[in-house]
Design a protein around this ligand. Structure first.
Ligand SMILES: Cc1cc2nc3c(=O)[nH]c(=O)nc-3n(C[C@H](O)[C@H](O)[C@H](O)COP(=O)(O)O)c2cc1C
Length: 310
């Protein structure tokens, strides 16, 4: 066991880092680059039943404080990622598959195929997905979320994780966690997806910066770190039987350390990976190692959830 060794669902990871779904993981070339990087594991782009081109460009824009995007789930369709997962060497590093069906029926069809393939790939079900037009996304519609988890637990019947959007109200933390706790197959919770429907304005051009949705999009990066830490910690405290994957606002080893303190077992990197490329994982591991050594920690396990309150 080394300083950065991590563990999720009883699986060993060389370190806690991986990409956030949607960043550097759309095709084989990008996925191979993550496999070759210093990340401890990696995850595929959220897939749908059939391939999608996504929204018109520009659909991603970075600022010094983070990013905004409205990608529209561009992906190659689930068979492409399932094929990648079939050929992956799991002794090299663990692989996650992100699934984001546009309906309950789509999710059940994809998960039936993934289950039939009987691979060691770990499913992260993206609950931050469009639902019926005019209704909130699944994870902001607790009745729809319950129905989804009931059906998926029956169909998939293996351990899986859920990717959650951020919540901003204690009553919502309580209710979402209580729902997740009813489903023993939900063994990990990834917090957070982008903070939805933000607006970045360029004062020079007096314009929005991305084309879809009149410029509205999800934000990541420095903008979201405190919200991400709050969500990681809120679910860590409320879901003692589950593990947490932290995601949001990570661009330094210190940010990874904060996610671990808040309760994360693994930590994903989105916007910063988009900007810096897969070499970021070696830098983050080096920064995290130096920080742990300076503070006298012998393992990341001894940091996890050790956040102090006043
Ligand atoms: C370009 C881009 C595409 C994304 N696509 C997905 C996706 O397909 N599935 C998903 O669960 N999250 C997606 N996200 C959200 C990220 O996985 C992550 O939750 C969010 O960006 C916060 O992390 P960050 O602050 O490190 O960027 C995407 C983010 C970006 C920037």
């Amino acid at each position: 066991m080394s300083l950065l060794s991590a563990s999720l669902l009883g699986i060993d990871f060389a370190n806690p880092l991986l990409n956030a779904s949607g960043v550097w993981c759309r095709d084989k070339a990008e996925l191979d680059a993550l496999n070759a990087s210093a990340a401890g594991s990696f995850i595929t782009k959220s897939c749908t039943l059939v391939p999608r081109a996504g929204n018109p460009e520009p659909r991603y824009y970075a600022t010094p404080l983070g990013s905004i995007n409205s990608m529209g789930l561009p992906n190659e369709g689930y068979p492409y990622y399932l094929d990648y997962a079939r050929h992956h060497d799991y002794r090299a590093k663990p692989l996650f598959m992100s699934v984001a069906g546009l309906s309950l029926a789509d999710n059940l069809a994809m998960l039936a195929a993934i289950r039939a393939a009987d691979l060691p790939a770990i499913v992260e079900l993206n609950l931050s997905c469009p639902n019926v037009p005019g209704k909130p996304q699944i994870a902001y519609d607790f009745a729809a979320m319950t129905e989804m988890l009931e059906a998926v637990s029956l169909e998939y019947a293996r351990p899986f994780g859920v990717k959650m959007p951020p919540y901003f109200d204690i009553a919502h933390f309580d209710e979402a966690a209580a729902i997740l706790n009813r489903f023993p197959h939900v063994t990990f919770v990834t917090c957070i997806n982008s903070i939805g429907n933000a607006l970045i304005i360029d004062p020079e051009t007096e314009s929005v910066v991305i084309k879809p949705k009149e410029g509205f999009g999800g934000i990541g990066g420095d903008y979201v770190l405190p919200t991400a830490l709050a969500n990681v910690n809120a679910f860590y405290r409320r879901c003692p039987g589950k593990q947490i994957i932290g995601c949001g606002g990570v661009s330094t080893g210190e940010h990874v350390f904060m996610h671990l303190l808040a309760g994360a077992s693994l930590v994903q990197v989105g916007s910063a990976l988009y900007e810096e490329g897969p070499a970021i994982f070696a830098r983050l591991n080096a920064e995290l190692s130096a920080l742990l050594e300076r503070k006298g920690y012998a393992s990341i396990e001894s940091v996890r959830g050790k956040l102090r309150t006043l």
